[in-house]
Design a protein around this ligand. Structure first.
Ligand SMILES: [Zn+2]
Length: 161
């Protein structure tokens, strides 16, 4: 049918992503947007984009945020861990989100340790911003023809090749 766009998803494991995308992309029209459901880890977003996916949605940024998992350019950290108790830097150096502009790792750590709801809220806001900003950068890299370079640079810093 001639839909405005196409959703790709359901219950498949991460190991199946490439095979499924390869299969459905053979039959989906090239001029319609493709939406991949349930993908929220940065490395998987790169895989999806490389396979022709245009948009994503996933609970992971907020699920991670609620439990103290924070995306940073150098990989994911667990902000409730003791090592962040006196870390006065932002959640992610150079991040422009309101959490990183106004609060320290130590403060967000304190919020999690004391069970304050503001901790998960600030962490989730950062994670959503992080992924939105990542996809903006991916879009810009596609437009200027540097997607593979950007992917390699990001993943090298993120700690996963
Ligand atoms: Zn941030």
């Amino acid at each position: 049918m001639d839909f405005d766009g196409y959703g790709i998803g359901g219950s498949f494991s991460k190991d199946d992503i490439l095979g499924i995308l390869d299969g459905v992309n053979r039959v989906l029209p090239a001029n319609k947007p493709r939406h991949l459901l349930g993908i929220g880890e940065p490395e998987d977003i790169f895989i999806g984009v490389a396979a022709g996916v245009d948009t994503f949605d996933c609970v992971l940024p907020t699920r991670n945020g609620r439990t103290g998992g924070i995306y940073t350019k150098r990989g994911k950290i667990q902000i409730p861990n003791a090592e962040y108790r006196e870390d006065w830097g932002p959640l992610d150096e150079g991040c422009g989100c309101p959490t990183c502009q106004n609060y320290t790792r130590a403060y967000v750590h304190h919020l999690f340790r004391t069970g304050e709801m503001l901790g998960p809220m600030l962490a989730s806001a950062h994670n959503v911003y992080f992924l939105t900003h990542l996809v903006e950068n991916i879009r810009a890299s596609i437009l200027d023809g540097t997607f593979e370079n950007y992917r390699e640079e990001f993943m090298s810093a993120y700690g996963k090749k």
